[in-house]
Design a protein. Sequence first.
Length: 379
Amino acid sequence: MSRPLRVVHVITSLTTGGAERQLELLVARSANETATIALYAGGPVADSMRRSGQRVDVLGLSGWRRFATPFVLASRLRAYRPDVVHVHLLSAQLWGIPAARLAGTPVVVSTEHSLMDDTIEGRPHTWWLRLLYRGLERMTTRTVAVSETTSERLQRWGVDADRITVSDNGIDFDGLAFDNAARWRVRRELDINDDTVVVGAVGRLDKVKRLDTVVRACAPLLHAGRVLVVAGTGPLGPQLRQLGEELGVSGSIRWLGARDDVSDVLSATDVLVSASGDETFGMAVVEGVANGLPVVYVQCPALEELSTEIPSATRLPAPTTSSADAEALRAAVESVASRLRRWPVPTALVERYGADAAAARVDDVHAVLVAEGSGRGTG
């Protein structure tokens, strides 16, 4: 096919989050003619995509209107007439896959971003959820896994290996490079002195990210004059703030909420921590390494799947008890903070996870499937 493919991406919302930002990165670098449909809400990611000239359509479906989603979306897809519909995240899979089939789209692709060992997007694994997922998967042409770890989990869920393509997430290494001017700008914004050691955490404020462990681990350090900066939103925000107050360190924690300048926040940070023990890729950890930060983490498949050691990254044991985990994390952060430096970004990391290569891989998946003409699941 000589012309660019018409590809419509369908996602739950475009507010903030790793999958949303990954979609923005891939669409911006795609060689195809793309459009993105958010089922429920827009937000910072949608605004950023529009500013860069991307076509974004927010349906704003909520409440009882969600049950009409397959029909509303199918109508919209018929107007787009895409060669490929590519869905992201569970709600978009639930509504978007049937809608694409109703619209007669020849190729339907689903990317799995958030299948953990025990949960999927914060929902516990249940027999009926697995049954639903398997049924939806059989309606697709192909499932894309964002890491080898994700592919292995999909296979344990019963997805056939020959229906999975691994396409690692992409990282904008140039955009994440350390910026000294941004460092001082963000510190002034947050009222943080130039010589204060800043511990950073980036991620959704929900149970799987274990930010309560981060707060407990950092509390003794914060009493010593350091500052914890947390970028992200989520349902546990009020509880985490309350925990900071109970530990007497609320004045040393900056809760930033959603940010569209994560690279600048990383530049203002001295060490990045991630206590999450259940990740599909570990985007925040890789972005910290891309910024040159020393990183303390529990799980990051992206680093663990590399054959090269990352000297700036300190991996902790798998989660055990909350108090033991907090103590191990505190000791690691304190050790790193005593010898702070900015690290060069490993070449192996850039070669494997560069954004342009990631976008080209997804384009190749679309091109191969369209060329094969295989639009229906084989089950």
